[in-house]
Ligand binder design. Sequence first.
Ligand code: ADP
Ligand code: MG
Length: 550
Amino acid sequence: MAEIDGATLMARALKQQGVKFMYGIVGFPVIPIAMAAQREGIRYIGMRNEQSASYAAQAAGYLLGRPQACLVVSGPGVVHALSGLANAQQNCWPMILIGGANSTSQNGMQAFQEERQVHIASPFCKYAHGVESVDRIPFYVEQAIRTALYGRPGAAYLDMPEDVISGLVEEDDIDFPATIAEPPRSLAPPENIEAALDVLEGAEKPLVIIGKGMAWARAEDDVRAFIERTQLPFLASPMGKGVMPDDHSLSVGAARTLALQEADTIFLMGARFNWIMHFGLPPRFGKNTRIIQLDSTAEEISHNRETEVALLGDGKAIVGQLNDALKNRQWFFPTGTDWQAALSEKAAANAAAVAPMVDDNTKPMNYYRAYRDIVDRLPKDAMIIGEGANTMDIGRTQMPNLEPRRRLDAGTYGTMGVGLGFAIAAATVHPDRPTIVVQGDSAFGFSGMEMETAARYRLPIKVIILNNGGIGGGAPEPEDGVDRLPHALMHGARYDKMAEAFGGKGFHVDDPADLGAVLDEALAFDGMVIVNVVIAADAGRKPQAHHWHG
Ligand code: ADP
Ligand code: MG
């Protein structure tokens, strides 16, 4: 009979449950788990900071539709990875964190890096548990991964003490639970389907809001059929972008404020009325707007704003039901209404308002001018990662997404520093697609050392830094003897040189006239690239009607 150790059992159980990637940082006591993962056929990506590793694992989980793993050492390793657990929970993305821990025989003795890990992980997880014996590892892995994946996706944590990692059991004595099936997809009651369609039929100014829940549900084909059958105007949330292509004729993303404010009926699908959606409340939404809401989580129904028709269940399954029910109806939203005219007019006015900035060749350049040349060259199949304040907000409006699950950004939690972890996830999960990161200088700084990770694994990610020398806005040079403002960073810092340090290629651009040619060269380079683009310290967004979190 052959013996097997806890590390191997852990890797085998993860692999059996669909884990293809493990992002982490090794050290005591988890090195054997990383080694076992490689032996068992899980791709191990060694990162430079546990935050980035946990961000990478959750982005990979979102992209693949199964939880992926993050591996960290005890104590501070787990503490650093908490950021990722919190971000995963907020985004409703699945992941599993595996933390090493001191040997159970030393519990309570001030052991090396001893910490109450299950306790501190719990508030940020759907499931957190300490594995107390080697033979139960497959049981806990199945439980953790199933909990992360089923229902509203989220984070799971498993604590692995040193003696469990190195402990041995007879291989033949181990029972592996079955591989977890795809999440069950539940349907809405037929009467609610009919009620939702009745409300839509009665609308004069309807609007569909598509969120990242629909991207997670892989509902793109069904949503497209629904939108094209009903001819309803739609708006995407930041990461709901691409479920319907941004360039679709029914997209009203360019008239977002008006669409939200004036709609008399809103069909919210796979999105929440949280801060990103202005809580669904006046002044950003109408007072009497009728709400239809599709969500897989019952607690989300009527959250912040009362829902008239609830479609509780899976996004793909329910939009499929709607499409079936529409076969028995003649109705579709007619073309040529005042509503469509108002939305197109507003979209055109918004485009005209930014046009002078898009074509402004002043040096140093503004964001819209920088995005003009980026967008012109954006490969159609690119994974797009956007992060920063103005950089992300303006990028969201300027960079189109034509396919689902191709955009990753600061998300529901508004986390800065996720970008390079997400980029490494995108480039490892989709090596066939170009990964383009457009970040502010502040956002880049949180995890810039992951460029070494990208170089080490030969991930040809293209990082474009829109460098305004500040957190949010840039800052003027202070007078002599006066400290710099709190949000000031070094303007014109040569982040591009970091690429060269790791064998990539760096580019520095301060004249808009040069940007296009530099981007061509950067995108053509077969390796990791940083393009450092100097943006005017006082550049900003076009004037907004409302404050962003109002
Ligand atoms: P966004 O940031 O795009 O607005 P949110 O993360 O706020 O999206 O909301 C996504 C919503 O999608 C969550 O309320 C979540 O419960 C829901 N959701 C997750 N999975 C599914 C699914 N399979 N079907 C329908 N809704 C889902
Ligand atoms: Mg900045």
